[in-house]
Design a protein around this ligand. Structure first.
Ligand SMILES: Nc1ncnc2c1ncn2[C@@H]1O[C@H](COP(=O)(O)OP(=O)(O)OP(=O)(O)O)[C@@H](O)[C@H]1O
Length: 646
């Protein structure tokens, strides 16, 4: 493992950090915006549709109010049942325009994608004019510049706040100028969750003793979020006010859901269209609507409507002037009520939960916290973490820097260090002094775990007895067959004429491998494994597209999840099939050689991990060679030729 001993880079100073990161954020912004904003880049909306950044010729098939006062529009294609291929995803920011509007034409509104189906896209708008919705429409994705602006603002604040603000004492510790401290009094606690294991309890004691920084290192399946939830509960019991964040909305919602049973006073900040339906009741907007101030603000709005009506009717100048004056003071009062409503909710909450970028919301401007907790910290940019960190005097970061780091679009920014996470930097700076690693895992059969544990975690992980020997055929309805029997399986394409190819975008794919991966999935399904319990993952985007296309031709395969490795981080399936893709005569393995990517891929599997690869090509990399040898020794080895002609 990378902690303790070994080489440690010299600590980066605050000023160095600010001056290095500022240009890298600009670079990343450029790269991201040019990738998403084809409309402006090409200035041609039809090309933008071909590239997936615009959807033309839509009709509005339904309009409803929901999500606390938002307008939800369902948009469908005017012709045909299915939307053309596109790059829109849930939570994207989009603008709605008349179809084929000139560039620069005023939009009908800007909204957030709420739901996506093959045949429709539902968008949540704050407000939308009723005119224009009956004509053909078009939707464009717009780059999300807010995140970058917030990161830049945070850098500026960071460079200024050295002596001021709630994080004034924390900053020098995180930049290596002052050593971390721990409480002298021994800490003990009585757990809310009675199932915590020894490594989780040990980590919680260390977290509660920390006075500035603590790293919770959670290898795959070791109950990192379970531990984070217990830390939050213990801190609330001590009277702390906590800001709990993660890079993604789904990870934040996951914590909210797991706090529910304990009746913690909490509030979830964020656009309602980006929240899971089951946490909407905890959303700030929902709590405001339930509060007294909101009823008062409503009454004021009604009064304003009546007065505006009077204003239109009267011709008396003096009366007009008086009404205007009254309207202004009512508007002021209404704004005040709204602000008070927000302040009330925040004041009454022990835990405020939001994404990292959400932490820069104006609503939090005057709120400070005793503790900032960041989950998934090894997948967040350091600058994004600082958005939240500046609001508190103590912090706990949870993550695993031996899984994949945040995705970065700009290769140059990545090369220059934008992707180095705070979690990794602090692990490097202070090592075990501030860290506890969870060491019992609750997901994988021992054989699947052992490879990852030995390669990346100093062989320190143990499998909990409830999973250590679980097999695919222990699942209900699954028969014990030659396909469900192995825990580890290598299907070798060497010598089977299954060479890789490049697609138009220069991403690599391998048709032979895709066929073999699906053939194995078919055999599992025939043995009784549910398609929903199978995942096929691959490092290459083009292979994902190919696999999805081939899967769609067979009904019984349609519930198998197909994804890139990066898209599958944080998830699990009973059976995982990994298609490695690379097969060539010049022994190139590309980014397969990233230990973290293969670590994530293998550790998604609970009961069976099957790797489809060309052992000759991949064995040119030492790390992958050891993986092939490990499966050869502890699992089963088959030639892909056994799957041909299926
Ligand atoms: N002490 C425990 N006893 C029994 N089961 C546990 C314990 N801790 C965690 N688990 C179970 O292990 C699984 C993983 O837990 P959790 O979601 O907290 O893990 P995680 O480390 O956040 O996951 P990931 O690997 O995705 O980061 C869950 O099903 C959880 O209920």
């Amino acid at each position: 493992m990378e902690f303790g001993g070994g080489k440690r880079s010299p600590p980066i100073s605050l000023q160095q950090f600010v001056s290095t990161m500022a240009p890298l954020i600009d670079m990343e912004k450029e790269a991201e915006i040019s990738a998403s904003m084809d409309v402006n880049a090409t200035r041609n909306i039809e090309i933008a549709q071909k590239r997936g950044s615009a959807l033309l010729n839509l009709k509005c098939s339904d309009a409803q109010t929901g999500l606390m006062g938002k307008v939800l529009l369902v948009l469908q294609p005017n012709k045909g049942d299915v939307l053309p291929a596109h790059k829109f995803g849930p939570h994207d920011v989009v603008v709605l325009k008349p179809n084929k509007a000139e560039l620069g034409t005023a939009s009908l509104g800007q909204g957030v994608v709420y739901r996506l189906k093959d045949s429709s896209i539902t968008v949540a708008f704050d407000d939308i004019p009723e005119d224009g919705l009956n004509a053909p429409l078009c939707l464009e994705r717009v780059g999300n510049e807010v995140t970058f602006r917030r990161m830049k603002d945070t850098l500026i604040q960071l460079s200024k706040t050295v002596q001021k603000g709630p994080a004034a004492d924390l900053i020098p510790v995180l930049f290596g100028e002052r050593r971390p401290t721990v409480s002298r009094k021994p800490v003990s606690f009585s757990p809310f969750n009675s199932y915590l294991d020894h490594s989780q309890k040990n980590a919680i004691v260390k977290a509660l003793s920390s006075q500035d920084i603590f790293l919770l290192h959670g290898p795959p399946g070791t109950g990192k979020t379970t531990t984070v939830v217990e830390i939050i509960l213990q801190e609330v019991k001590r009277g702390s006010k906590i800001l709990a964040c993660a890079a993604s909305n789904i990870a934040v919602d996951n914590i909210v859901e797991r706090l529910f049973p304990y009746r913690v006073k909490l509030v979830r900040l964020g656009h309602p269209a980006r929240l899971l339906p089951q946490v909407l009741e905890s959303a700030l907007d929902a709590q405001i609507l339930r509060g007294d101030h909101s009823a008062l603000a409503n009454d004021i709005r009604k009064e304003m409507k009546v007065m505006s009506g009077k204003l239109l009717k009267t011709k008396d100048r003096n009366l007009k002037r008086d009404i205007r004056k009254e309207l202004r003071s009512l508007a002021k009062e209404e704004r005040k009520r709204q602000q008070l409503a927000v302040v009330d909710v925040l004041k009454n909450s022990d835990v405020v939960l939001t994404t990292l970028t959400g932490a820069l919301s104006q609503k939090l401007e005057s709120t400070t916290f005793d503790l900032v907790i960041i989950d998934e910290a090894a997948q967040a940019l350091e600058v994004a973490c600082w958005i939240a960190l500046l609001k508190g005097s103590r912090c706990i970061l949870a993550g695993d820097h031996l899984q994949l780091p945040p995705t970065i679009q700009s290769a140059e920014a990545e090369k220059k260090g934008l992707g180095r996470t705070l979690f990794e930097r602090l692990a490097d700076l202070y090592g075990e002094e501030i860290t506890a690693m969870l060491t019992v895992q609750y997901r994988m059969h021992k054989l699947i775990m052992d490879w990852s544990s030995a390669e990346l975690y100093d062989s320190k992980i143990e499998a909990h007895p409830s999973v250590a020997g679980h097999m695919l055929y222990d699942l209900d309805d699954v028969q014990r067959t030659s396909s469900t029997q192995p825990t580890l399986l290598l299907i070798d394409t060497a010598g089977c004429d299954m060479e890789e190819k490049k697609d138009e975008e220069d991403s690599t794919l391998n048709e032979g491998e895709a066929a073999v991966a699906l053939a194995h999935a078919r055999r599992l399904i025939e043995s009784g494994v549910h398609a929903l319990d199978i995942g096929i993952i691959t490092p290459y985007a083009a292979q994902v597209v190919l696999l999805k296309m081939m899967r769609s031709k067979e009904d019984k395969l349609k519930d198998i999840e197909v994804s890139t490795v990066d898209g599958f981080q944080g998830r699990e399936k009973e059976a995982i099939i990994i298609s490695m893709v690379r097969s060539n005569s010049h022994q190139e393995v590309g980014f397969l050689s990233d230990r973290r990517r293969m670590n994530v891929a293998v550790t998604r599997a609970r009961r069976q991990c099957c790797i489809v690869c060309d052992s000759e090509t991949v064995s040119h990399n030492d790390f992958l060679k050891r993986l092939v040898e490990y499966i050869d020794e502890h699992g089963e080895y088959l030639s892909a030729s056994e799957y041909l002609n299926e």
